[in-house]
Write a protein that binds this ligand. Structure first.
Ligand SMILES: Nc1ncnc2c1ncn2[C@@H]1O[C@H](COP(=O)(O)OP(=O)(O)OP(=O)(O)O)[C@@H](O)[C@H]1O
Length: 389
C-alpha cells in the first residue's frame, strides 16, 4: 500500500485482525503446541467456533498494545450481538491508535473511518464523502435453466436427515439438547443461531465427520446411524461448499476441471470425466456465462466467481442434499446478490434439498422454506422451527 495512503508506520508495532491471523495461531497450536490465544469458553482456537475465534483474537491483539491495527473482513462469521460488541471495541480503540480497515462491503465500513479509498485498476483512489464505492461486477440474472438430474437412483431416499432428541456435549459442556429435526427431499432450510450455538456441530453430525453421532438417534439418507454405513457413502450424497474451502485450494486446475471434479468428490480433477459428465459441466459454464473462459485457471477468477464454480462443483453430481456453510463470508454486496440468486435458482429448479448456514443480513435475499433456529442456554442449545415468510 502506498505510504501517503496510510502514513509511514514502518517503525511502529502493528497487528492484523484477520482470518489469516486466526489460521496462523491455529497452526501454532497444531504444530508447536502453543496456545497463546484462548477463547472465553477456555477452548483452544482449533476447538472454538468461528465467532469465538474472532472475539478471542481481537482481545489478544489488543492485550499486546499494538501501535496501529489493520482489520480485515471485521464482521465475517459474527452474529449480530458480536458485530455490535466488536464495533464498539474498535470505535473506542480508534481514539487511541490508528485503525486501517480492509473491506469489500460498503455496509461494513466502520463509523469512525475518515477516508475511504477504493482500488481501481490496482491503484487506491480517494472517494469523496458523497461518492459510494462502486461494486466490481455488474449483477446479471442467470438466464439459462440448470442441468437436469444426472442420476435418479437417489430420488427415493427419505428422510435425508432425521435427528431424534439429539444431545451433544464436549468434555461435559452441553452444546445442543434434544434436537428433533427432519430434512425431507427438496426442502430449503436455513440454519441460524448465535456464535457458538452449535450450527457447525450439527453440520458435522450430518456430514459424517463427528464421532459423537454414533451414540445418537440419527438417520441419514434413510439409514440409521451406526448400522454399518460408511462416511464415504454419506459424503457421496452431499454437495458441500464452505467459504473456508477456498483457503486450501492451491492446485492449478482450470475452471472446467474444477467443476468436473465434483463428480469424483475431489477438489481438482484426477480422473477423466465421461462425455455425459463433460456435457453437464459445459451446461453449468453456460449458466454462468463462463464457457469461453473454461480453460482459464480457477485461481485467476474473482472471489465471487470462484464461489459460483465451487457451488457448481458441489451440484454436478446432483446430490440429494447441498450444504452451504457461510457461503457469502467476505464477499461484496454485488457478489452476495449473485450468489443468493444462484441458491434460489437451485432451490426452484432442482430437487436437491438445501441447508444454508449464515449470520448475514443478505439472508433477506434468500427464499428458504423453513428456518431452524438454535437458541443457547445452560443445558445446551435447543432448536425450533420457524416457517419462513
Ligand atoms: N472438538 C471440540 N471440543 C470442545 N468444544 C468444542 C469442540 N467443537 C466445538 N466445540 C464448542 O462447541 C460450541 C459450538 O460450536 P459450533 O462451532 O458448533 O458453533 P457455531 O454455532 O457453528 O458457531 P459460529 O457461528 O461461531 O461458527 C462452541 O462453544 C465450541 O467452542
Amino acid at each position: 500500500m502506498q505510504e501517503h495512503l496510510i502514513g509511514n508506520y514502518s517503525n511502529l508495532k502493528g497487528a492484523l485482525f484477520s482470518e489469516i491471523t486466526v489460521e496462523k495461531f491455529i497452526q501454532e497450536e497444531i504444530r508447536h503446541g502453543r496456545y497463546d490465544v484462548v477463547a472465553s469458553t477456555k477452548n483452544s482456537l482449533e476447538k472454538s467456533s468461528q465467532g469465538e475465534r474472532k472475539k478471542a483474537l481481537l482481545n489478544h491483539l489488543i492485550s499486546q498494545n499494538p501501535e496501529y491495527l489493520v482489520v480485515d473482513n471485521v464482521f465475517g462469521s459474527l452474529d449480530t450481538a458480536a458485530q455490535i460488541e466488536i464495533e464498539e471495541t474498535l470505535t473506542q480503540l480508534s481514539c487511541k491508535i490508528p485503525i486501517i480497515q480492509i473491506t469489500n462491503r460498503k455496509t461494513d465500513i466502520l463509523p469512525f473511518i475518515d477516508d475511504v479509498y477504493q482500488l481501481r485498476d490496482g491503484k487506491p483512489v480517494l472517494l469523496n464523502s458523497t461518492e459510494t464505492p462502486k461494486t466490481l461486477s455488474q449483477f446479471k440474472k442467470f438466464v439459462e435453466t440448470l442441468p437436469k438430474a444426472y442420476r435418479n437412483d437417489w430420488e427415493t431416499i427419505a428422510p435425508l436427515v432425521k435427528f431424534n432428541n439429539v444431545t451433544i456435549a464436549y468434555n461435559d459442556r452441553p452444546i445442543v439438547k434434544d434436537i428433533c429435526w427432519e430434512i425431507k427431499p427438496g426442502d430449503f432450510w436455513q440454519l441460524v443461531g448465535p456464535n457458538g450455538s452449535g450450527k457447525s456441530t450439527l453440520l458435522t453430525l450430518i456430514s459424517g465427520d463427528n464421532p459423537k453421532a454414533f451414540n445418537q438417534d440419527i438417520t441419514l439418507f434413510g439409514v440409521k446411524k451406526g448400522t454399518g454405513e460408511s462416511v464415504w457413502e454419506i459424503k457421496k450424497k452431499i454437495g458441500y461448499f464452505s467459504s473456508e474451502m477456498l483457503r486450501g485450494i492451491t492446485r492449478l486446475d482450470s475452471v472446467g476441471n474444477m467443476i468436473a471434479s465434483g463428480f469424483f468428490d475431489t477438489i481438482g480433477l484426477y480422473r477423466v470425466p465421461s462425455n455425459e459428465q463433460i456435457k453437464i459441466v459445459q451446461h453449468w459454464l453456460r449458466v454462468f456465462g463462463m464457457y469461453k473462459i473454461r480453460k482459464q485457471s480457477f485461481l485467476s477468477l474473482s472471489r465471487g466467481y470462484q464461489r459460483l464454480v465451487l457451488i457448481a462443483r458441489a451440484m454436478v453430481k446432483h446430490p440429494p442434499l447441498l450444504i452451504l456453510d457461510e457461503p457469502t463470508n467476505g464477499l461484496d454486496d454485488c457478489d452476495v446478490a449473485i450468489l443468493s440468486e444462484l441458491i434460489n435458482k437451485i432451490a426452484n429448479e432442482t430437487d436437491t434439498a438445501i441447508l444454508y448456514v449464515s449470520h448475514r443480513k443478505e439472508d433477506k435475499l434468500l427464499t428458504p422454506d423453513f428456518i431452524y433456529e438454535l437458541t443457547p442456554n445452560n443445558e445446551g442449545s435447543t432448536g425450533s422451527i420457524v416457517v419462513a415468510s
